[in-house]
Design a binder for this molecule. Structure first.
Ligand code: LLP
Length: 421
């Protein structure tokens, strides 16, 4: 986090709050977010995309983050009725919401149309049918971006590539779906077509991939801008999210501002005039947080490795299991320089694959009861987590100006029974 510092005796503080004291007060596993860090990233994003930028709430959503993103002037990208409901309940006005999804249900679409969300990003011909049927029932015509599959393959894990032709998302350019969808939407009185959208993938470091997508979108945009019908204004081009963040030493973030410049440069080069918008998630929230765990067991297999097991695992951060993602380990009681020992950090779940850090560095005197942290865990940890093995979800705290506030309480064992009939 931006506001992390280490005292002379090696104690980690974030925003002036002592991390070991936080662990004592709130227990572990615990997500700790540096609130000003998130606010700073929102401001950078708005500066990078002055025409509008949405926070992709799938990365991490709760009442507090919805309120914060809204306060910072972000729109909020919601990818389901549930995310939309949470954002609305948190007080975010519907006209600040952008609804996504490759298979939005009629109920989700009905909710979005009734509430009059800012944008519905339409993903398929079936969805166009569903919207037309809802509008025929008397609901207001939504403002729509069409999600285009640009045929650009981003250099990232296969599971989080989305821009390639062979994708479940969007209207493909090469197969002619994009043109057909635009023509149909532009002619439909049930749809107020306002522009195009594409999302190339997630955890993408090369700005070149985003530039390529912008070029493809801009080309289509220019062709159709000239000939849209009275109900269609081609005015917005949304480049999606996906900017990569550094998780481990040796990786370097590509700045949000640089990303915005590159995309705008590509659109300008294509000679189009459009509002250029984006919807970053990870680059807003990932590096604001660290997760704290308590070391429970240490098992040294001579000549093989040392396993350090903690009180969380794949239920609070499934990313290493799903994508082979790497993280670092730090002990909030020891300086960064004092990490000579290599260990494998694992969770408490009944799976050998329950791995948090394949090769983490720790102080030689690591012991049971130590608090250990994994930084850069603010995105797709809590939100992608589960209750596997009926392990309760961790608490989440925001720290700012020397104060901590709990924004999600720890789940209890009784909470785990709340849905049982
Ligand atoms: N817009 C759309 C349409 C998306 O599908 C996504 C992410 C975003 C924006 C935000 O992307 P971001 O800026 O956060 O990269 N669970 C995976 C990531 C899945 C991303 C899904 N879509 C992970 O943990 O790496």
């Amino acid at each position: 986090p931006d506001n992390a510092s280490v005292t002379a005796d090696g104690r980690l503080q974030i925003a002036g709050v002592d991390i070991l004291e936080l662990a004592r007060e709130f227990g572990t596993p615990l997500f700790v977010h540096d609130e000003d860090h998130i606010r700073a990233r929102c401001r950078q994003a708005r500066e990078a995309f002055p025409d509008g930028v949405a926070y992709a709430s799938k990365a991490f959503l709760c009442r507090a983050i919805a309120e914060l993103a809204h306060e910072e002037g972000m729109h909020i990208d919601v990818a389901s009725g549930g995310e939309m409901h949470l954002a609305l309940q948190a007080g975010v006005p519907a006209d600040r919401l952008v609804l996504h999804g490759n298979n939005k249900s009629t109920a989700e679409l009905r909710y979005a149309l009734e509430q009059r969300v800012h944008r519905v990003v339409v993903d398929s011909f079936d969805e166009l049918d569903r919207i037309e049927a809802l509008v025929a029932e008397g609901l207001p015509a939504p403002r729509v971006l069409l999600r285009i599959t640009p045929g650009v393959k981003a250099n990232t894990h296969e599971f989080i590539q989305t821009g390639q032709d062979d994708s479940k998302f969007g209207f493909g350019v090469r197969v002619g779906h994009a043109d057909r969808a635009i023509e149909r939407a532009a002619a439909s009185p049930a749809i107020e077509l306002v522009g195009l959208h594409a999302h190339v993938g997630s955890q993408v470091f090369e700005v070149g991939s985003f530039e390529k997508v912008a070029e493809v979108l801009a080309g289509i945009f220019a062709r159709f801008q000239a000939k849209t019908g009275p109900n269609a204004r081609m005015e917005e081009l949304c480049i999606g999210g996906g900017l990569g963040v550094a998780y481990v030493e040796g990786e370097a973030d590509c700045g949000i501002v640089e990303w915005g410049q590159a995309v705008r440069r590509a659109c300008a080069a294509a000679g189009i005039s459009a509002k250029i918008t984006a919807e970053p998630g990870r680059s807003i929230i990932a590096s604001s947080a660290i997760t704290l765990y308590t070391v429970g067991t240490i098992k040294d297999i001579p000549g093989v490795r040392t396993y350090v097991s903690v009180d969380g695992g794949m239920s609070d951060n499934p990313r290493p299991v799903l994508y082979g993602s790497g993280y670092e380990t730090f002990l909030p009681r020891a300086t960064d320089a004092d990490r000579p020992k290599t260990i494998r950090l694992v969770g408490k779940h009944c799976e050998s694959g329950d791995l948090l850090v394949r090769e983490g560095l720790v102080p030689a005197d690591i012991r049971v009861g130590d608090i250990i942290s994994t930084p850069v865990t603010g995105a797709y940890g809590y939100s992608l987590g589960s209750n596997y093995n009926k392990v309760p979800r961790p608490a989440v705290v925001f720290v700012k100006d020397g104060q901590a506030r709990q924004v999600i309480r720890r789940e209890t064992w009784d909470d785990l029974l709340r849905l049982d009939c």
